[in-house]
Design a binder for this molecule. Structure first.
Ligand code: 2NL
Length: 360
C-alpha cells in the first residue's frame, strides 16, 4: 500500500472513531494543521520533479479534500447525536402544576377586598372616594358635626385623646370617618358625592369590638337631594354587595347629632345554622345608620341650608365583611395570622368589578 493510501485509511479511521468534537478537533490538527501529517506531505511537492508532481499533486490534494470532508461529516454527526442525547435527557414535564409567581402568592385582606368591592359599587353610581387623616381635631370630629361642647353625645364615642396642647386643645383618633366629609364640604363646591372608607378608633374591646375598626360613610349634597334618593342608593348598594336580586329594607327612626331626621336601616334575612341569606326569610339585621344632613352641620361647613340639602350614611365595614364571607371572629381580622389570611384572603389579581363579579 502506498504512503498516501495508508495515511488515508489511518486518518479516516481516526475521524470515524473520534468520540466527541474535542477528539475530532485533535484529529484535524494532527492531519490538516500547520505541522500535520497531510500538510507535511503537501510540503514534499516542492522538491519533486514536474513528472512526479503531476501524479503526487492530485493524490495528496485528493487526500486533503477527502480527510477534510470526512471531518466535516463527522462533525455534523457528532452535533446531531449530542442534540439527540440532550433531547432525550432534558425533558419538560408539561403535566406538572404551574408554580405560583411570588406576586400572586400574597393574599388581599378581606377588609381591603370589601373596600375594593364597595368602592366599585359606589363608583358605578358616580361617587368619588375621599380620605383624610386618622388623627383629627376635636373641631372636625365633633364640633362641626353638631356635637355641642360638653354634650353627652361626645361620651357615646369612647374617644382616644392625645395629651392636651399648651392652648388646651386636644387632638384625637377619629371616632368615625365623618371628619373626612367635613373636610370635603369645606374644600369642594356642591354637588358632592363621596364615600369615605377608612380606619376609625374607639376605646372599646370585646368579642364584637376592636379599638381600631373600619367604617365607610357616604355623603351627597345638592339642591334637591332627598330621602328617596338615599333609599334607592342604599337598596342598590345592598343588592350589589350581597349579590342578590332583591332585598327588603326597613327604615327605623333613630338619633344622630349630625342628621335630622336620622334613621337606622335593617335588611331582611334568613339566619341558618352556619350562614345568613339575604333577599328571603323573616329576620331583620341592622346594617347601617343614615339621615338628612343636619342644617347646623351644613352651616358649620360653609353651606347655606336654604340652598343645599343632603344625606349621609355610615356603615361598619368589618361587620359586613364578616356577614358576606362567613367569618365569625372579628379579632382574627387584626391578628395577622398567615394561615387565616391564606384561608380567607383574596387573590391579588382578581379585582372586584360589577361586570366581572365582585367576589369571584
Ligand atoms: C352608623 C351611623 C352615620 C353619618 C353617619 C354623616 C356625616 C356628615 C354629616 C352627616 Cl359629615 N352625617 N354621617 C350619618 C348618619 C349615620 O353613621 O351607625 N355608623 C356605623
Amino acid at each position: 500500500m502506498s504512503n498516501i493510501a495508508s495515511l488515508e485509511s489511518e486518518l479516516l479511521t481516526a475521524v470515524s472513531s473520534a468520540k466527541d468534537e474535542v477528539a475530532l478537533e485533535a484529529v484535524r490538527v494532527a492531519a490538516l494543521g500547520k505541522s500535520g501529517s497531510v500538510s507535511a506531505l503537501l510540503k514534499t511537492l516542492g522538491a519533486m520533479t514536474p513528472d512526479e508532481r503531476k501524479v503526487q499533486g492530485p493524490a495528496i490534494n485528493g487526500l486533503k479534500d477527502k480527510v477534510g470532508a470526512a471531518i466535516a461529516a463527522r462533525k455534523d454527526e457528532l452535533a446531531a447525536s449530542a442534540l439527540d442525547s440532550r433531547l432525550a435527557s432534558e425533558t419538560v414535564d408539561v403535566t406538572l402544576p404551574v408554580r405560583e409567581a411570588p406576586a400572586e402568592s400574597g393574599r388581599v385582606h378581606p377588609i381591603s377586598q370589601v373596600i375594593d368591592e364597595l368602592t366599585a359599587i359606589f363608583a358605578d353610581m358616580g361617587f368619588a372616594v375621599a380620605e383624610g387623616p386618622d388623627i383629627e381635631t376635636d373641631d372636625y370630629n365633633f364640633t362641626k358635626l353638631n356635637f355641642p361642647e360638653g354634650h353627652p353625645a361626645r361620651e357615646m364615642h369612647d374617644t382616644f385623646y392625645f395629651n392636651p396642647k399648651p392652648d388646651g386643645s386636644r387632638l384625637l383618633l377619629r371616632t368615625h370617618t365623618s371628619p373626612v366629609q367635613v373636610r370635603t364640604m369645606l374644600s369642594q363646591k356642591p354637588p358632592i358625592r363621596v364615600i369615605c372608607p377608612g380606619r376609625t378608633y374607639r376605646s372599646d374591646s370585646d368579642q364584637t369590638h376592636t379599638p381600631m375598626f373600619h367604617q365607610v360613610e357616604g355623603l351627597v349634597i345638592d339642591k334637591g337631594s332627598h330621602l328617596g334618593h338615599l333609599k334607592w342608593i342604599l337598596q342598590e348598594f345592598c343588592k350589589a354587595f350581597f349579590e342578590v336580586d332583591n332585598v327588603n329594607m326597613r327604615f327605623r327612626p333613630s338619633f344622630f347629632p349630625f342628621t335630622e331626621p336620622s334613621l337606622e336601616v335593617d335588611i331582611q334575612c334568613k339566619r341558618g345554622k352556619d350562614e345568613i341569606r339575604f333577599g328571603e326569610g323573616e329576620d331583620w339585621l341592622e346594617i347601617l345608620g343614615c339621615g338628612m344632613v343636619h342644617p347646623n352641620v351644613l352651616k358649620n361647613c360653609g353651606l347655606d341650608p336654604d340652598e343645599y340639602q343632603g344625606f349621609a350614611w355610615g356603615m361598619g365595614i368589618d361587620r359586613i365583611a364578616m356577614l358576606k364571607y362567613g367569618m365569625h371572629d372579628l379579632r382574627a381580622f387584626f391578628e395577622a395570622d398567615q394561615r387565616w389570611l391564606d384561608h380567607y384572603g383574596f387573590r391579588p389579581l382578581d379585582f372586584p368589578t360589577l361586570a366581572g363579579g365582585l367576589s369571584s
